[in-house]
Design a protein around this ligand. Structure first.
Ligand code: ATP
Ligand code: MG
Length: 408
């Protein structure tokens, strides 16, 4: 894509109330636009990143058998009342002009909604197990919508739900979901700690969170330096310096961001909602369930929080908006050829073809936007050469154009 085709631009200054690094760089780079507190638009550059993250999440969810679907954001009262989750203050309620009271909430989780669908198809043990997921906008009335995309009032979530005939089958799937989650986080360049946590509004059981260590995190976790066993402070009796309960390694305290959470729900919702199946002996039993969430937009923000420097973002190649940021300082005909060649080879290139910007401005924008590889064509080097620099390295080198494909 050519820079001049982008309708967005980079900006130097943003409002002073955006203190989080992710908000600053994502807004300045033209990845997102802040519409309201905790409400963001994804602009073309940001949407490319979000789509890459979603593609990775989809791949890993499909691999464990998750079937993708898409459910309504408008969730009627009748679904949430039986589980006691209608009147929670997390909701944004929706009502028509002629109604006195809201009869809908904007979906903040979808256990009940999918269970209503499942009840149409599940009657026997033969209908189990299965799992289904969606990637959808969620709405939560967050008291403090700050820290940029880390905590939205409207945000993107992948939510998967699994349905089983037994606790053992649930826990078997839970392990596979855990592995899939760890794979997702490592594919987007993050180290996530599998952390024992509380159940919140979802379950009285313990759950597991996936926590990424970074100073902006609102959570505090204890991590063992030996085996990486981790607990959320909310449920932990540990403190820094303690011996790990699993391996006797030393425990440290860290600030962290919860990028995912998995819940062994058991029969907590299937009992009140009457979601049952007939087992092999002809006896009715409640369906055993799990639910599994990843904050897609929070994940994007976490990547920026972890991978940045004073000049901008350092996207890992797996989610970068473009792999290559090509800059022409002069001789646009020559650069145009290289651009066309790269596009034909299937390389994702952002080509800064602007003729009204200085070299310094173009370099600054390339660093801010953070594509993994910067290519520069200038008169300083020979006709058949090009300058290449990794965003993560300070030194550039000059290579022969014939070696470019191999270097990418
Ligand atoms: P938190 O404790 O941070 O408020 P939560 O535990 O309430 O989050 P879950 O209900 O577990 O969130 O939601 C599943 C995932 O959705 C979370 O692990 C997180 O990645 C993401 N998420 C939750 N709330 C938000 C939000 N307000 N903005 C962005 N992502 C969110
Ligand atoms: Mg959670």
């Amino acid at each position: 894509m050519k820079f001049t085709q982008l309708f967005t631009r980079t900006t130097r200054e943003i409002s002073a109330d955006e203190t989080a690094i992710n908000a600053q760089y994502l807004i300045r780079g033209g990845f997102v636009y802040k519409n309201s507190a905790g409400v963001y638009s994804f602009l073309p550059l940001g949407w490319r990143v979000a789509q890459k993250i979603m593609a990775i999440v989809r791949q890993e969810m499909n691999k464990i058998g998750g079937q993708e679907l898409f459910m309504p954001a408008l969730v009627e009262k009748k679904f949430l009342e039986p589980t006691g989750r209608w009147n929670l203050d997390v909701g944004f309620f929706a009502k028509s002009m002629n109604e006195k009271e809201a009869s809908f909430t904007l979906g903040w989780t979808h256990e009940e909604v999918l269970m209503a669908i499942a009840s149409r198809y599940v009657s026997s043990y033969k209908d189990l197990p299965f799992s289904a997921y969606q990637i959808q906008t969620k709405f939560r009335n967050e008291a403090r919508a700050k820290s940029g995309l880390l905590r939205g009032r409207e945000f993107m979530m992948k939510d998967l739900y699994s349905f089983h005939a037994s606790e053992a089958d649930l826990m078997d799937f839970y392990e596979r979901a855990k592995e899939a989650y760890l794979k997702i986080f490592s594919r987007v360049g993050l180290k996530a700690f599998y952390t024992l946590a509380a159940g919140g509004d979802f379950t009285a059981n313990n759950t597991h969170e996936f926590q990424v260590v970074t100073p902006i995190g609102e959570d505090t976790i204890y991590i063992c330096g030996g085996c990486e066993y981790a607990e959320n402070k909310e449920i932990s009796n540990l403190k820094a310096g303690d011996a790990c309960p699993k391996c006797q390694g030393v425990v440290r305290e860290e600030k962290s961001v919860e990028v995912g959470n998995i819940f062994p729900l058991g029969t907590k919702y299937s009992v009140p909602l009457g979601l049952e199946f007939v087992n092999q002996d002809g006896v009715k039993n409640p369906v055993v369930m799990g639910s599994y969430g990843i904050g897609i937009s929070r994940l994007m923000a976490t990547i920026v929080e972890v991978m940045n420097d004073p000049k901008g973002i350092l996207w890992p190649e797996s989610v970068a908006p473009f792999k290559v940021h090509l800059i022409s300082l002069e001789q646009p005909e020559r650069v145009e050829k290289i651009y066309q060649r790269l596009v034909e080879d299937g390389v994702e290139v952002l080509y800064d073809n602007r003729d009204d910007k200085t070299a310094g401005e173009k370099f600054a924008d390339a660093d801010l936007i953070g594509c993994p590889i910067r290519l520069v064509v200038s008169r300083k080097i020979a006709e058949d050469e090009i300058e290449i620099r990794r965003r993560s390295e300070s030194a550039a080198r000059v290579i022969h154009l014939n070696d470019l494909a191999a270097s990418l």
